[in-house]
Design a protein around this ligand. Structure first.
Ligand code: ADP
Ligand code: MG
Length: 608
């Protein structure tokens, strides 16, 4: 086998983020796994004793090393993965610093067995504290076995800082978990003191790997993400629906070009994708793989390579956030109070919040770790309105007639959260007063209807044309020159938006149909507004991107205003419609649709 490893020139060494990478057994496991994966291994066995404090052995069936490379691999700054500065910006390997084996060998009793040919002629090297004590040729199959005994044996101060066996094991298992998620086609086995903790066979995709690793029951609450943007930017993976959350960010697994990273920008983007969907202090389960041109991301920022720097931070951030929003949009909405349901909180404390260590020290839970589900809501699951009323101790509405009673009472088997609210009345002709369990819920009728109108418009626009209604008597519009020109130029777009018109001589037009969502009054004025807006953004070439703004403009015109009295039937209809649309928690301008006052808060106001 040819030799591959070279010692890097000093000026390049100086450009590599320097620092100690060996902190504890798990850091050794991480470096060894990266090397095995870089060597193209299909099967990797990790054996630990005493949490890795006594022994770490990683065996792979990768490319192996030649005799000379085996020796070189223990030199500092010796690597087969980069040659020049430029390679730092075109990395396709996990490693590149050429330091790991040297660092590890210098603080342990180090045993390397490797074979880079198919003749079965291998090399064995034994070193102590970085000094080679023994080396011989041995018969071996292709691949590499690296064994580290007594980590920090020559640094008692460092050894003292190692934690309990279970803690160190937990960290190591975490490292294996991350690599296993990123490499479903590779089999991983993790053994601790002769007990098999993980036995992950080769899988065809990340779904199967997630099932094997985090529990099959999790899959039904995970949504598939697949998105591609220009410039080699791609996002794949699985993300939890809003009802599946954790109390910490520990289940947000993000990878860039196959490398696990814990990056501030990415983390923020993920949470941004869940904006308005999660309660404070709750975090999603996320396994996301970002593919990006290696030239646009610098992983040479930190020795552990857990942090990165993007050339175009905003672009990457927005791409992730928007992709997640898109994926989450149709997810069912669970009311925040249901999500904080005390029962789920207790279930959580009772056993759902196991550390990785616990998971790996209890064989039963390895494959099916408990999951924290928000209780999907007593409301929507209850069979009837009667039961509902009695179960939550609701006040019966002060209904005067049977019809009114029917309208005001939630219909439990119809629709979701909003349809099931009990309507108490309308306040200031602007807000619906509702009751949800013990909470007082206020719905901003304008914001709510705006969201409904906007989502409907968006949907019908995306499907081709906005549904329109013919006017009984066409409205004749006499326009100024500029408006007339805009109307002519953007006639096709306007038709797609639901407006139908015909030239009526000179600068006049006959408006024959308008978008269904609009009231007849003012339709002409809105048409002109929309035409002028189209003309404005059309000039900037941003038409497609601005369509949302135009639809918001239309929604805003078409909807129920504040200061408008609504009948109980209209209130109920609005709430039902709200259930049917996406992102119902906020109006398209970002104002909240719903606010909630708990009984406790109200009682506190009254010093009870
Ligand atoms: P780096 O991974 O940054 O190159 P390391 O110190 O981790 O530095 O490894 C040094 C070199 O040893 C690698 O570049 C690679 O050529 C070789 N090597 C290490 N581990 C393995 C392995 N498991 N299989 C094949 N080659 C390996
Ligand atoms: Mg390495």
């Amino acid at each position: 086998m040819e030799n591959k490893i070279q010692v890097l020139p000093e000026d390049l060494c100086n450009k590599i983020a320097a620092g100690e990478v060996v902190e504890r057994p798990s850091s050794v496991v991480k470096e060894l796994l990266e090397n095995s994966l870089d060597a193209g291994a299909g099967d990797i066995l990790i054996e630990l004793e005493a949490g890795g404090k006594k022994l770490i052995r990683v065996s792979d069936n990768g490319s192996g090393m030649s005799r000379q490379d085996a020796f070189l691999s223990l030199e500092r700054h010796a690597t087969s993965k980069i040659r020049t500065d430029n390679d730092l910006f075109a990395l396709s390997t996990l490693g590149f610093r050429g330091e790991a084996l040297a660092s590890i060998a210098s603080v342990s009793r180090f045993h390397l067995k490797t074979c880079g040919n198919d003749e079965g002629l291998g090399q064995e090297i034994y070193a102590e504290g970085g000094l080679i004590k023994r080396a011989e040729e041995v018969g071996l199959p292709r691949g590499t076995v690296i064994e580290i005994r007594n980590l920090f044996f020559n640094l008692p101060a460092r050894r003292k800082f190692l934690r309990k066996e279970q803690t160190e094991l937990g960290h190591a298992a975490d490292v294996v978990t991350k690599q296993a998620l990123a490499n479903p086609a590779v089999s991983f086995r993790l053994k601790h003191n002769d007990r098999i903790l993980l036995d992950l066979r080769r899988e065809k995709g990340v779904r199967e790997r997630v099932a094997a690793l985090l529990g099959r029951s999790l899959l039904k609450d995970l949504l598939e993400v697949e998105q591609q943007a220009g410039g080699d930017l791609q996002l794949n993976g699985l993300i939890s629906q809003p009802q599946l959350t954790r109390s910490a960010t520990s289940h947000i697994y993000t990878f860039i070009n196959g490398r696990y990273i814990r990056d501030r920008v990415v983390q923020h983007a993920v949470m941004d994708g869940y904006r308005h969907l999660l309660m404070k202090g709750r975090y999603p389960v996320v396994i996301l793989f970002l593919q990006i041109d290696p030239a646009l991301v610098d992983v040479n920022v930190h020795p552990t390579k857990h942090e990165v720097r993007f050339r175009e931070q905003t672009l990457v951030h927005d791409f992730i956030a928007q992709t997640l929003q898109q994926t989450l949009r149709p997810a069912d909405w669970v009311s925040p109070s249901q999500a904080t349901d005390k029962r789920s909180a207790e279930a959580f404390v009772a056993g759902n919040e196991m550390s990785v260590v616990d998971r790996f020290s209890q064989p039963k839970t390895v494959n099916e770790p408990p999951v924290d589900y928000a209780v999907p809501g007593a409301v929507s699951n209850l069979p009837s309105a009667d039961l509902l009323a009695s179960a939550s101790g609701r006040l019966q509405p002060p209904a005067s007639s049977p019809e009114a009673e029917q309208i005001l009472l939630p219909v439990a088997d119809q629709g979701g959260f909003f349809a099931n609210l009990q309507i108490l009345g309308q306040y200031h002709q602007s807000f619906l007063l509702c009751q949800d369990g013990d909470d007082l819920v206020l719905v901003d009728q304008h914001a709510a209807h705006e969201r409904v109108g906007f989502e409907k418009l968006k949907k019908s626009y995306a499907g081709g044309t906005v549904a329109s209604q013919s006017l009984l008597f066409p409205e004749i519009l006499e326009l100024d020159f500029r408006s007339a020109a805009a109307l002519t130029d953007y006639r096709q777009e306007l038709e797609r938006l639901g407006f139908e018109m015909e030239p009526f001589g000179g600068k006049s037009f006959a408006l024959k149909a308008i978008p269904q969502i609009l009231p007849n009054r003012d339709a002409g004025q809105l048409l002109i507004d929309v035409a002028l807006e189209l003309e404005r953004v059309g000039r900037t070439g941003q038409l497609q991107e601005s369509i949302d703004d135009i639809l918001i403009l239309m929604a805003c015109h078409g909807v129920i205003r504040a200061n408008q009295a609504l009948t109980p039937v209209e209130c109920r209809a609005l709430l039902r419609e709200l259930d049917q649309v996406d992102f119902k928690t906020n109006c398209p301008h970002g104002r909240p649709v719903i606010q909630r006052l708990t009984l406790t808060e109200i009682e506190r106001m009254f010093r009870r």
